[in-house]
Design a protein around this ligand. Sequence first.
Ligand code: ZN
Length: 235
Amino acid sequence: MHSKEDHHHHRDGDDNNNKNNIDIDLSLSLHHPSSKKQKTTSSPASSLIQKQTSPTNKPYRTRRPPPIKPPTELINPPPFPWSTYNPCKIQSLHHLTIAGLLNISGTMQCKNCNTTSSIDVDVHSKFSKISEFIRDFKHSLHNRAPKSWMKPALLPCSHCNTTSCLVPVVPSDKTKINWLFLFLSQTLGLLTLKLLKYFSESNGFYLTGSKDRLVYSAYLALCKQLDPSGPFDMD
Ligand SMILES: [Zn+2]
């Protein structure tokens, strides 16, 4: 009892140069890099094998990947009032509400007549819809985007009256992409693999492989940016 209290006391106090302090620091610095290294070098296949052959090792698949520092190049000015200076990062729902940004817009183009139009989306109702879907189905999605995100239903064109033909306009300058609009209109799945990888890397995670994983992680990352306290971490 006494020694435990003593230990805690010295951990908090910077002035007391105590042996416990040094021991704690050493053990932390020794453990951290080695466990990180193991996680980054193991492919899903090798972690599966290890899981089966050595039951004492904790399975890597259940761990969160190590945080990788995103690129620090800032975008100044941010492309939209709901963007931030950080590439591919948007303001939180709290911030948007305070700023009165309850409706946001984006540009769509008709695949049939090429007419472009500005489309408004209600931030709160669309976010509720997407976040409820994630809450309800996250366990069964296995980190992969469902069909409705991969091949989204498209809006009709009011100009030529064609159904399912409006697609978001994606600027050639990737720093000017309207991520919040793509998210709320649930059209992230229409982006190229290259742009989805750019989003993923800008948010500090490096995913290899299939598009459905990249799309899924983009939805979760944007949910998390809007509501940082929500259950939007990858499994
Ligand atoms: Zn049209």
